[in-house]
Design a protein. Sequence first.
Length: 415
Amino acid sequence: MFIVRQLNSQIMTRPTKLKSYLYMPAIALLCWAHNGMAQERNQQSQQAAMNSNQILVLSAVIKDKVIADAEVIFQRTGKQSIALRTNERGLVTVPSQFLDDPESLIIIKKEGYSNLVSKCKCSGLTYALSPKLKNLDAVRVVLNWGYRPRDLDLHVRYGSDHVYYSNMKETNVNLDVDDTDSYGPETITVEQKRLGDRYRFFIHDYSNRENPSSRSMSNSSAQVYVYIGSSLIKTFEIPVDIQGNVWHVFDISPEGELIPYNTVTRTTDESRDVLNGTSYAVSERVRIQDPERALEFNSQGEAAYRAGNYNEAISLYRKAIEHDNNLGQAYSNLGLAYYKNGNKAEALWANRKAIGLASGSNAHVIKASSYFNIAKVYEDAGQYGEAFRHYKLAKEHNNLPAYQNAIKRVKPKIR
């Protein structure tokens, strides 16, 4: 009888996702129910951890896989950093002075995974580490949130395709993890972006799919982490205390530029229909915070770059972007520093963003140099068709001998 009650409880929790289980053979149904009980026990274990000021570190791509012996650093300006390690259950206790301190950072490191850096909303959350990506045009998107609502769903739409819990795999795009019982992660990996398509990433509050005025998702501490190559390149935090059950987080444009939206809206559409359609207004650029300080960091980054300190240059250019997300020159510089540091996929992302932001009298120079930098990445990877196309774009914006020579060098290699 316990199995039946457990099964009924889960079916009531998520009828659309689980309705197909009603037609399973009896033995398969019992196995599924057993797995459901195991998942519930895991959820109870996680909840116990959250209640004791511990955080849980999981894999972003394998359901419920804990990450043991990860280094977890708690950091705050003016305070001594504290470095701890997760135990065999993936848990670490948060030092009391860092509990929910908005000025603190948490940094999680593990060999083979991208470093995770986040504001320290530490108690009551799970963090998920992303294995490093190998493909130049791959991107991984990871969603985490708090205890409520129970079920947030990560979606991506591109072309005529839609990957989410009911359609977990398309060519080169996969929903790696679907979570239905709080915290996450939910993870989508695009192994190879399709040229010319716009990719729209958004979150649907499945728990409140019939209650579009709910503030539950907005108050869930939800965060979306965007990984390219071996780096976490962007973190989005959900706007707080807003009614709505759809969070349109960002798009990747047909040209590969990451365009932030970060807007919460309302819908009563079924999951398959959420954010459907092809007409989308371009979002407003992120608000400029401190352009003068951004220019200072950009200049410091240029000095570090000239000295060959590429890691320091990357850090300074990223600080410049934090202070002015519209500073195209900082993105262009960042792309070059990434390239020199061996972070080729990240270099593509930064240069594409520089192209999207380029404006004013020197826009053609920024675009040309960024296209040239993109072409070099593809040429290094032996993707000569893409290299040739981007060298031509560089020449179209600024007809320099270096661009002409690159075109002549690459063209005979195209097959």
